[in-house]
Ligand binder design. Structure first.
Ligand SMILES: NC(=O)c1ccc[n+]([C@@H]2O[C@H](COP(=O)([O-])OP(=O)(O)OC[C@H]3O[C@@H](n4cnc5c(N)ncnc54)[C@H](O)[C@@H]3O)[C@@H](O)[C@H]2O)c1
Length: 282
């Protein structure tokens, strides 16, 4: 098990991607503080982890409030005696679809959680990680932090570029403390959040157009990438963005898929005579 005995905080783990991240980390032996501003949801997830044999506790915290982030770190330290890993997953989407309609209130709401929340949580775990002499921070960014959002509006893209900046900057600042800071950049994840942005038909059409591997991420796909970056296998990796997006960022959507499909049929056609010849001689 890759994270045996490690004490981990996963924010926003009451539903969606955070649940998948918590499950995969628990499978790898980590003790999980399930943090969410929705305490009932956090308690349900923590109870399910405990029922599966893991160690877990639920913590209520709004990551955009500095005092909550501090209390979250204190409760985790008290329960587990350490904080080895922080996964900054809590995040919210934008609402308006065009920049003309973005309100100041919405800009602040998205920035407060997605950007300021990460700063506050990193500040909160710093003493525990410094005392430990090492630590791993994994930020859940987005491919919107590398390019732009598919579903959401400009404040979401801007907030995720802030996550990219926090990741790169803090990787430098915290390197001497042996704290690695990396980000996972998901493409579309099948979570309640994405269901509010697009109907199943629209989602299928988007996958068809832009995801070469042919499906959205499951929450556990994000968990696997987080586990790697939080493990000793990634000790020399810091300041990096790891896209988990079915290949969406590698290409140019529909055009690329059309080209690939032609190449796939050509490859299949070329392989056919060889396979027939091999079958005859074999
Ligand atoms: N769903 C996607 O397609 C997608 C794609 C790329 C990146 N992401 C990112 O993945 C992360 C998780 O997204 P999701 O789709 O699972 O979202 P979600 O809305 O399904 O779940 C988010 C969870 O975070 C909690 N939360 C929100 N604000 C909080 C706060 N201030 N303090 C504490 N908890 C808070 C919510 O209560 C909820 O339980 C986010 O950072 C999101 O930006 C999602």
């Amino acid at each position: 098990m890759e994270l045996e005995g490690k004490a981990a905080i996963v924010t926003g783990a009451g539903r969606g991607a955070g649940v998948g991240i918590a499950r995969v980390m628990a499978r790898e032996g980590a003790r999980i503080a399930v943090v969410d501003r929705d305490f009932d949801a956090a308690q349900q997830v923590a109870a399910a982890l405990v029922a599966s044999g893991a160690q877990a506790l639920a913590i209520r915290a709004d990551v955009s409030k500095k005092a909550d982030a501090q209390a979250m770190a204190e409760q985790t330290q008290e329960a587990f005696g350490a904080i080895d890993i922080l996964v900054n997953n809590a995040g919210v989407g934008g609402t308006a679809s065009f920049m003309r309609d973005v309100t100041e209130e919405n800009w602040d709401r998205v920035m407060d959680v997605n950007a300021k929340g990460i700063l506050f949580c990193c500040q909160a775990v710093l003493p525990a990680m410094t005392a430990r002499g090492k630590g791993k921070i994994v930020n859940i960014d987005s491919i919107a932090g590398m390019r732009m959002a598919f579903f959401s509006s400009v404040e979401y893209t801007a907030s995720k570029h802030a996550v990219t900046g926090l990741t790169r900057h803090l990787a430098w600042e915290l390197a001497d403390l042996r704290i690695n800071v990396n980000a996972v950049c998901p493409g579309g994840i099948l979570t309640p959040a994405i269901e509010t942005y697009a109907t199943p038909e629209r989602r299928a059409a988007i996958v068809e157009r832009v995801v070469p591997l042919g499906r959205f991420c499951a929450p556990e796909d994000i968990g696997e990438a987080v586990c790697f970056l939080a493990s000793a296998r990634a000790d020399l990796i810091t300041g990096q963005l790891l896209a988990v997006d079915g290949g969406a960022l590698t290409g140019y959507g529909e055009d690329l898929r059309a080209v690939l499909r032609t190449r796939v049929s050509e490859t299949r056609a070329a392989a056919q005579p060889q396979a027939t010849a091999a079958a005859k001689s074999g």
